[in-house]
Ligand binder design. Sequence first.
Ligand code: ARG
Length: 565
Amino acid sequence: MDTKQAIIAALQPFAQSDEAALQDWLETPKDANMGDLCLPCFRLAKILRKNPNSIAQDLQAVLPTIAGVAKVEAVGGYLNFCYDKTDFAAKLLEKVLTEKERYGAADIGQGRNVCVEFSSINIAKPFHIGHLPSTAIGNSLYRIYNFLGYNAIGINHLGDWGTQFGKMIVAYKLWGDRPVTEYSVRELVALYVRYHEEAEKQPELNLDDQARAAFKQIEAGDPDAIALWKEFVAVSMNEAARVYQRLGVHFDSFAGESFYEDKMPTVIAELRGKGILKTDQGAEIVDLSDYNMPPCIILKKDGSTIYATRDLAAACYRKETYDFVRSLYVVAYQQDLHFRQFFKVLELMDKEWMKDCEHVNFGMVSMEDGTLKTRQGNVTYLDDVLDAAVAKARELMREKSPDLADVDAAAETVGVGALIWGVLYKNRIKDTSFSWAKALNFDGETGPYAQYTHARCCSVLRKAVGLDIGTPDYACLCDPHSAALLRAIAAFPAAIVAAAEKNEPYLVARAVMAVATAYNKFYYENRILGEVSCVCAARLLVTDAARITIANGLNLLGITAPERM
Ligand code: ARG
């Protein structure tokens, strides 16, 4: 039984509360001087019909001694429990070192499905820096849910359908000079830009009519039109695959907007059957004025479907296919209204599972110095940003670690890690502005700092290989620096659970940073190697536990933990 369980068992009869409630109420005090666990006694005021102060005092007086607890103290309306530090260290280290890469994992999900839709790039359009938060946050949530025992389904809802593909076909037929497969996405985007320029300059060409006709052909399954469309998709997906590989991202499904083409009629029929559809100037809409929202358009005047129609079909498909307990959409806050509208339509359709759908929104990203933009417009391609981050990391590594064997691999790890960390180390909803100096600072609260701390732990452990170290003496882990480090390591599993509850990977990043910072203080204040063997052994165990915790945390963020850097 761990110490918290022992405390709960001891409290139960006196608190007249069940185990689950106490489990929920006991918290970790922010200030380590207030102990390791505390019970805010106002929780019991109603049950015991006393004020929190007297409850705390009475409980302190009646509680028997609890295994692993050194001191119980009533402070104001709180009952504080101070662990026996030696016992705490021994139990925690044993747990971390046996669980290893599973430390922090849980079976809360019990194999139930969670859909995590993220990245959702657009075909024949730039894969730009604005897709980084969705990709990084989604990838992290995907890993977090799996780690907590859910079965996460990573979905890339590709923007691969719509009139823009009619325009692409027209542009390609007019100005294309080689097979589509020999084009890069940038070149396809240039064709698209040219299309818009020419359409404006020469209205007499009626390019838009041609484009509409071309998209109709795709919709009708015309083999030539479909073949071209498939090639556009292939070019984009090939390039995207490289970016995803660098970011360590995996998807279980690439069912994009086109996938729902044949699944929309059922949904439209259902809307109609339930009397939710209204005709408005030739279009079919769901009126949302009762909810202070503009109408959700389902079918345009010309009978074509739109983005929202496909999202309705996709939501129903996901429920039928995966029977999810949660369905997340990691999409920028610019689409807040769209999600509120389409969730409301699901509700009007009596889809009670709509309550399990959540728009996991986030802020905008920009580069502080405004570089890396393409000439047409304001787009910053994500692979350019990755390349630049890696190049800067390489410069830095050459200077800081001239003896490193594989600088290129390390630079890739550090550069990419710095970018992902930059997006995840703050509340989702805040905008991100990258400054290379800040993102790659080895001393700030950055990805490289966390990675560096991991490499430092590995290096300490490497040096200890083959040393004759005796039995660890846990009593020597009671100094404030060791105690703070152990506390940070112990807090890690709860941070993962909280991150999933709030869909906020930041909480994991913060827990990793807490361990990294505490480890470095511990490292500077305590000699590890060259100590008496029982002290050295104990400190090596803490080093290993810090290494494991940082590695697991970085892994949940989708960041590589290097052994050397
Ligand atoms: N492809 C869209 C874009 O880049 C994002 C799709 C978001 N997902 C959704 N189910 N609507 O704007």
